[in-house]
Design a protein around this ligand. Structure first.
Ligand SMILES: *Cc1c(COP(=O)(O)O)cnc(C)c1O
Length: 381
């Protein structure tokens, strides 16, 4: 990926930059692997930049939403309602009503109390809501503890032992129709073994359902495919071939069954960078600090997950030195990298924090009364 540095010069930093050419290439790489019964719903929570959404919509993907606001953002961006799925452990009444009003494809339901509310609210609108049950498969994922979601100890989903019972209760309710099962085991997963384990678990569950004469038309395996944060230039597009092949090989779908995916990070992660300027280079007692004008309010992943984003100095290329690259926020966790080797860095240099397209701009806050960072797509500047 190359940066149009001359175009950056007159823009106020920090800002997000989205390379939509890379985004399009990523979307094409996904499409190349899809079978006719595969459907991808982009997990909107990763990034809602309007131009990014436009490119994803044009590629024919649907969306996966976890709030009413995301449903609205999907509708506003022109995604067809019948490609929208809605997950989340705590759906408010207004969010359910909004989803019903638009007639979204499916609610991914996480508890019986939630099912009862959807049944009641759908009844009030004279509708039947399609639902899939999010089953907690008790499958671990090799990722950060904050981003595993498929273990019994996590708050998400319905325990496997309650699956049949839950579906049977659903069948008794007039305003909900169970059309599938939903899973999501975590995020930033790079071990195909984790998805393989999920496939085996789903196969078992489908067999159990068959014993009770239940066949469901849809299986949704969630998202979670990771990206290479260490080497974004060598691997700008994640290995979709291996990912989809895992499901193709190991997941036993029933006749006519449709398979749904909810990818977020793997679609938008690499196309986004946070662009910042060096404010000061400060010689501390034992180390040198490069203090930049972006902070944890603009990109919280390092502070929240201990994530390391690769850092590029776009202005300087001479020499090399180790810096602690830090932001201006009044928190000691406002550090992007420690002892990070960069070309000799000076005030005014432009810095790119790479692989920041997913869970970057969207998680920004106004702490310290800072303005929210803006985002520019490559065709907009
Ligand atoms: C967050 C989330 C996703 C997307 O996760 P990624 O790691 O970005 O692919 C998919 N499904 C559900 C239910 C989610 O909560």
């Amino acid at each position: 990926m190359t940066f149009p540095i001359e175009k950056f010069e007159h823009l106020r930093t920090p800002f997000y930059y989205y390379d939509t050419q890379l985004l399009d290439q990523t979307l094409q790489a996904i499409q190349a692997e899809l079978l006719p019964n595969y459907h991808v719903h982009y997990a909107v929570k990763a990034c809602t930049h309007p131009t990014v959404l436009k490119h994803i919509k044009q590629a024919g993907l649907g969306t996966d939403c976890v709030s009413g606001g995301e449903i609205q953002a999907s509708i506003d961006a022109g995604f067809p309602a019948d490609k929208i799925v809605f997950a989340g452990v705590g759906k408010s009444d207004w969010e359910i009503e909004l989803a019903l009003k638009h007639g979204i494809f499916c609610f991914n339901v996480e508890s019986i109390p939630e099912l009862e509310v959807i049944n009641q609210l759908a009844g009030e609108q004279g509708k039947v809501a399609r639902v899939a049950f999010r089953i907690n498969p008790n499958v671990g994922a090799h990722t950060h503890e904050y981003t595993t979601t498929g273990l019994s100890e996590n708050k998400f989903g319905i325990a496997m032992e309650h699956m049949v019972d839950t579906i049977q209760q659903c069948q008794q309710m007039p305003n909900v129709e169970c059309i599938g099962l939903h899973f999501h085991i975590g995020s930033q997963i790079l071990e195909m073994d984790d998805f393989y384990t999920l496939c085996l678990r789903i196969n078992e569950l489908q067999e159990e359902l068959e014993c009770f004469g239940i066949v469901l038309p849809h299986i949704n395996v969630g998202g979670g495919l990771g990206i290479d944060y260490d080497e974004p230039n060598q691997h700008p597009i994640t290995d979709f071939k291996a990912y989809f092949a895992t499901f193709h090989r190991y997941l036993q779908l029933r006749k006519g069954q449709q398979l749904h995916f909810e990818l977020g990070r793997a679609i938008v992660g690499q196309c986004g960078s946070l662009i910042s300027r060096v404010l000061y280079v400060k010689q501390g007692d034992v180390k040198k600090f490069a203090i930049i004008d972006a902070g944890m309010t603009d990109l919280i992943r390092p502070a929240l997950y201990g994530a390391l984003h690769q850092i590029e100095n776009l202005s300087s290329h001479e020499g090399e030195e180790a810096y602690d690259v830090v932001g201006p926020i009044c928190e000691s966790s406002d550090v992007f990298a420690k002892n990070y080797r960069l070309p000799k860095t000076k005030r005014g240099d432009l810095i790119a924090l790479r692989s920041a397209g997913a869970y970057g701009q969207i998680m920004a806050s106004q702490y310290n009364c800072r303005p929210l960072p803006v985002g520019y797509a490559s065709e907009e500047i």
